[in-house]
Design a protein around this ligand. Structure first.
Ligand code: PLP
Length: 404
């Protein structure tokens, strides 16, 4: 007789990640994957990282011990210095927290702000990993549609009003990916950033500004952060996952000291502290100036791949049947196939030997949405960073065959 577990309400309500489930389908030999949002392992700085292990002979007794929940102080100081430019000032140590991936930052903020039934404003489309974490906390979602300039901020006040009418309360959080969004690749236009900061401030709704891709700009000028435009209330989050390596599982958040303190207490109950070994190695990596050298290298590497995908899509896809915008940075092309259901195209594509992620993965389900839903069934995300240059061309040919 199998053991009968009495799962909690929240575990019963959990839904498996659609992306992780799809990965099982696409692990076939010869499959070209535009599906996962993975960095290219060929560009991981393996040698430099191995050199950084020398730091263990000096700092090994610290690296192998438990550390402060707030983070390893030399890395906190390094990050505070690095944040001066995007955030407009050097945050104090009380305003900065190192986490086990940005995913944990979402988990911490959910634990300190969200009660079951609370509403979080998200972009449509948005990052499914965020939806997953917020859903685990019992959140419901109010959607703001996006275009090539990011969130359509002019509809935000109406979305907040709808939420108030439906629930009697304002949303508890606004979640936004301002640079090279996952999945749309769009950057929020500067005037929209200003307006978003204003509206959030007026309604006293905190904002999670999730920015793992901001440093990966291949063209154009960097845009100001929401954090730098707001007078408090914005939690800025970024990560080493995309600029260095996701296996390190190190990210950081900067926000109001009171919020950071609550998040620290939540993290104490999650994992006590972020891996000290990883933090010591990353602090050494930054101290040696390796990150400064690495960033232009990966930007050039990924820019070439973005150009290769742009050229391959232009070559292979019928412009009347498919639309996409060339991203200025990040990891993703967001493809629209008017009149097609990309879940059905996905099945044909897998038969042809190429995988991508169908649009519906990036939108909350109607039964967890407050107010209007957005239909993403004709959309698809193509990640250009993981596949090799040749694979990008061949994968695009296979995609065209799947669409034919
Ligand atoms: C927008 C966004 N936020 C957060 C994450 C998770 O990052 P981390 O590896 O730091 O947990 C990802 C990963 O793909 C992402 O795309």
């Amino acid at each position: 007789m199998p053991f009968a577990y009495a799962f909690s309400k929240s575990a019963t309500a959990m839904r498996p990640s659609p992306i992780r489930e799809l990965f099982k389908l696409i692990q076939r030999p010869g499959m070209i994957s535009f599906a996962g949002g993975l960095p290219d392992p060929a560009i991981f700085p393996v040698e430099e990282f191995a050199h950084c292990a020398e730091a263990l002979s000096e700092h090994g007794h610290v690296a192998l011990q438990y550390g402060a929940t707030e983070g390893y102080r030399p890395l906190v100081d390094e990050l505070a210095r690095r944040m001066e430019k995007p955030l407009g000032r050097v945050p104090s140590p009380e305003e900065l927290l190192i986490a086990s991936g940005s995913q944990q930052i979402m988990d911490m903020i959910s634990r300190v702000l969200i009660d079951p039934g609370d509403v979080i404003v998200v972009e449509a489309p948005t990052y499914p990993g965020a939806l997953h974490t917020f859903r685990n906390a019992g959140a419901r979602f109010a959607l703001v549609p996006c275009d090539s300039q990011g969130m359509q901020v002019e509809t935000l006040e109406e979305v907040i009003a709808t939420c108030r009418r439906a629930t009697g309360k304002a949303p508890k959080l606004i979640y936004t990916i301002i640079n090279f969004s996952n999945p749309s690749g769009a950057c929020l236009a500067t005037d929209r950033r200003r307006r978003l900061a204003e509206i959030a401030g007026q309604h006293a709704i905190p904002v999670l500004e999730d920015d793992p891709y901001g440093a990966l700009r291949y063209r154009g000028e960097a845009l100001p952060t929401l954090f730098s435009m707001a007078d408090g209330g914005v939690l800025f989050a970024s990560s080493f996952s995309k600029i260095l390596a996701p296996g390190t599982r190190v990210a950081w958040a900067v926000g109001d000291a009171e919020l950071i303190r609550k998040m620290v207490v939540a993290k104490q109950g999650m994992d006590l502290c972020t891996s000290m070994v990883a933090q010591v190695l990353i602090a050494e990596y930054c101290r040696r100036g390796y990150l400064e050298d690495h960033l232009p290298r990966i930007c050039a590497h990924y820019a070439a791949k973005a150009r290769a995908m742009s050229a391959a899509l232009r070559e292979e896809l019928d412009a009347g049947a498919a639309r996409w915008s060339d991203p200025e940075g990040g990891f993703f092309f967001w493809l629209e196939l008017p009149g097609r259901d990309t879940r059905e195209v996905f099945r044909r594509a897998v038969d042809e030997g190429v995988a991508f992620l169908p649009g519906p993965a990036f939108y909350p389900e109607p039964d967890e949405t407050v107010g209007a839903t957005v239909d993403g069934s004709s959309m698809a995300r193509l990640c250009f960073t993981f596949a090799g240059g040749e694979e990008i061309a061949e994968g695009s040919r296979r995609l065209a065959r799947a669409l034919a």
